[in-house]
Design a protein around this ligand. Structure first.
Ligand SMILES: [Fe+2]
Length: 185
């Protein structure tokens, strides 16, 4: 009885004034995680890719800045044209986190709906409200970092700079990590 689990569904809806193509690219790009999301991730490592599916290992700080790392594995799949599905589990655990992300262009904005399904031991049910607050706090930190980066990329592109790894690089200047675009000519 004490090991009984129950299911939780958490839904987040967000908007950013960036084209859907760039937003989806960001959700399928894992290279930025180690640089941009240092508050929430200790590491993110791509193990292999197979078509639109990526297998990853990563370490999470669930309650930043508390430096406790939880290690996960993930299978992340982009389904054209506008959906991502993912399953993850703590290393050594059979409990799956199952998620779906939908993207939709609405005028100049992109709407992102993320549905996150996971299970918790019954014993933690009284703390569900608190657990959701922590989960949403974690997700909000990531969103603030991602939306800022996506808006910066959009501005660079609109100002005539080319985007992409061949056109720039991540730099660390005095502890500030950011993407530096090469000059146009
Ligand atoms: Fe990100």
């Amino acid at each position: 009885m004490i090991f009984k689990k129950y299911k939780i569904k958490n839904i987040n809806k967000r908007k950013v004034s960036v084209d859907i193509k760039l937003v989806i690219e960001n959700y399928c790009d894992f290279d930025h995680v180690n640089y941009v999301h240092k508050r929430c991730y200790n590491y993110c490592k791509v193990i292999r890719r197979q078509g639109n599916t990526t297998f990853l290992e990563y370490g999470v700080y669930h309650i930043p800045p508390i430096p406790i790392i939880h290690h996960y594995e993930m299978e992340h799949k982009f389904i054209s044209p506008n959906r991502i599905i993912y399953t993850s589990n703590r290393k050594g655990s059979k409990d799956k986190v199952i998620g779906e992300i939908y993207f939709e262009q609405k005028g100049k904005e992109t709407e992102i709906v993320q549905i996150h399904n996971f299970s918790l031991p019954m014993i933690l049910k009284p703390f569900e409200f608190f657990i959701k607050i922590l989960l949403n706090r974690w997700s909000q930190i990531l969103w603030d970092e991602d939306s800022e980066m996506m808006e910066n990329r959009k501005n660079f592109i609109e100002n005539g700079y080319k985007d992409g790894f061949h056109c720039g690089r991540w730099v660390n200047e005095n502890g500030n990590i950011f993407w530096k675009f090469n000059k146009k000519n």
